[in-house]
Design a protein around this ligand. Structure first.
Ligand SMILES: [Zn+2]
Length: 285
């Protein structure tokens, strides 16, 4: 079950209580090819494929892994699916948008919420709201910093691991706030560094269009871009204050740790920097 937290202290108190069983449970799972469990998307018993191709040395990244054999969704995809489904159930006529559409997650969501609008970010040369041929499909382009949706026109907007790839993520938060109705919610996944407060800036764009790096460039895998996507930030708890500064009335981190449901951490070896619990970021307009 999702629990929502507004600060670091309450969150750490909660994860400290599960740390011992997390360590032993995940150490076991990490050595398996597949494990049985219950899929909240399928509402059925399933088998989870442990590895998805992302590793820390030889140990599998379980945030990208634990893929349900029935629906094909990963740990973090199933997590956001359940939160979006729960919110939409409270508002049966909700106007819902996802900032992706060429993914198994979107296919699963549309089965549950036929009204959901989908889009992809294609490039900064494309215009939000327009439909283009992309990877062989007609796809609506939307940029999170310049959405085509009207002011206060959506009740729920979801996105997965997008914000860390947007240099001006504060502009993205303001733009999402603009298109949400009062009480509307943004629910997203984002790599979250639970021991950080202020975000780490990994790189920044220079005026001449080049990029200044402050360390080794970090690229994340993306099914639609074989070259990967550049990561600008590692977020910490200040992200919640950034959301409030962008006009949201509230912001929270949601945690649902449940190994039987395939909601595990990413299995990163460092609890101090890099371990990520199965969590969501929610901002309420
Ligand atoms: Zn499933």
């Amino acid at each position: 079950m999702l629990s929502w937290f507004e600060n670091h202290v309450d969150f750490m108190r909660s994860v400290d209580t599960i740390d011992a069983r997390r360590r032993s449970g995940e150490a076991h799972i990490a050595t398996q090819e597949q494990v049985p469990g219950y899929c909240a998307v399928c509402d059925a018993m399933t088998t989870y494929v442990v590895r998805a191709g992302a590793f820390y040395d030889n140990s599998p990244n379980l945030r990208e892994g634990l893929i349900c054999r029935r629906c094909g969704l990963s740990n973090r995809n199933r997590l956001i699916y359940t939160a979006l489904r729960a919110r939409a159930a409270e508002l049966p006529q909700a106007d819902v948008a996802m900032l992706e559409c060429l993914t198994p997650l979107f296919v699963a969501l549309r089965r549950q919420l036929p009204q959901v609008l989908g889009s992809e970010y294609i490039s900064d040369k494309h215009q939000s709201g327009q439909v283009y041929s992309y990877h062989g499909h007609p796809v609506r382009h939307e940029s999170i910093t310049q959405l085509s949706y009207a002011d206060a026109s959506l009740d729920l907007i979801g996105h997965c691991d997008v914000l860390e790839h947007v240099y001006d993520y504060r502009a993205a938060l303001r733009e999402v706030r603009r298109v949400l109705r009062p009480q509307g919610q943004m629910i997203c996944t984002v790599p979250f560094f639970m021991t950080r407060h202020e975000e780490a800036v990994l790189a920044r764009p220079r005026d001449d269009g080049s990029i200044e790096f402050f360390g080794k460039p970090e690229y994340h895998g993306d099914g639609l871009r074989p070259e990967g996507i550049l990561t600008w930030h590692h977020f910490g708890w200040k992200l919640l204050a950034d959301a409030r500064a962008a006009g949201f009335a509230g912001a929270q981190i949601g945690l649902d740790y449940d190994l039987f449901c395939g909601f595990a951490t990413n299995n990163h070896p460092s609890r101090e920097y890099g371990l990520m619990y199965p969590l969501l970021f929610r901002a309420i307009a």
